[in-house]
Design a protein around this ligand. Structure first.
Ligand code: PGA
Length: 256
């Protein structure tokens, strides 16, 4: 079963940049020509969201890289989903492996965050993916299913319209070691099959599944051709304007 949703590319700038480099990146993105049918989202560091919001071309939607699990209040250092909605930031990345590993976010916590963000009108790129050790021990599908089940537990079937699943094998993130198109396709197909059994056939065919992990201007075409790859979540290469535009335009190689 192939995914039927529109191709969607996210740029995760992580904790990179400063006023000068971000101003330049926005200029470079605005100059780029997107000539494919694709949704494009960029996720600058929280502090720079308002700086990017006004100059960036409207074809780029904005995303935060995180938000709090519930209503705001005495949560030092956090930003709530309500605040993002209030600031007209329509998307948020949740459950990134860096937050799972470095900030101790559990599957259940991520599930609750996704539900709360959706309740407040945000759309979510929800990240899942296995470590190298888990892949080598044959646990890839089990890990993805476990992480997804925790999200499934918190959402209604209708909520899935607001979710893009980002499959990002941890061993491929920032390492230059990209999953082969076959590896990515196999895992994406497994994720879609899981969604069919855990939610519904309809949600499984419509939900968009991004691949993330060392995607660049050179490898995006082969990955985009895979039937269950419906987009990318890009880290390092999203900081280079023309590379990111090339990745967005690889949507044209996805014929599903
Ligand atoms: P990378 O990061 O493209 O630098 O591997 C991807 C991500 O973490 O979203």
């Amino acid at each position: 079963m192939a995914g039927t949703g529109k191709f969607v590319v996210g740029g995760n700038w992580k904790c990179n940049g400063n006023t000068a480099s971000i101003t330049q990146l926005v200029k470079d993105l605005n100059k780029g020509e997107i000539d494919a049918d694709v949704d494009v989202i960029v996720a600058p560091p929280m502090l720079y969201l308002p700086k990017v919001q006004s100059p960036i071309d409207r074809q780029f939607k904005l995303s935060a890289q995180n938000c709090w699990v519930s209503e705001g209040g005495a949560f030092t250092g956090e930003v709530s989903a309500e605040m993002l909605a209030d600031a007209n930031v329509p998307w948020v990345i949740l459950g990134h492996s860096e937050r799972r590993a470095l900030c101790g976010e559990s599957d259940e916590f991520v599930g609750k965050k996704v539900a709360y963000a959706i309740k407040n009108g945000l759309s979510v790129m929800a990240c899942i993916g296995e470590t190298l050790q888990e892949r080598e021990s044959g646990a890839t599908q089990d890990v993805c299913r476990r992480q997804l089940q925790a999200i499934v537990n918190e959402l209604s079937a209708g909520d899935w319209e607001k979710v893009v699943i980002a499959y990002e094998p941890v061993w491929a993130i920032g390492t230059g070691k990209v999953a082969t198109p076959e590896q990515a396709q196999e895992t994406h197909a497994g994720i879609r099959a899981f969604m069919a059994s855990a939610v519904s056939q309809d949600v499984a065919s419509k939900v968009r599944i991004q691949y993330g992990g060392s995607v660049n201007a050179g490898n995006c075409e082969e990955l985009a051709k895979q039937e269950d790859i419906d987009g990318f979540l890009v880290g390092g290469a999203s900081l280079i304007g023309d590379a990111f535009i090339t990745i967005c335009n690889s949507a044209k190689y996805n014929t599903y």
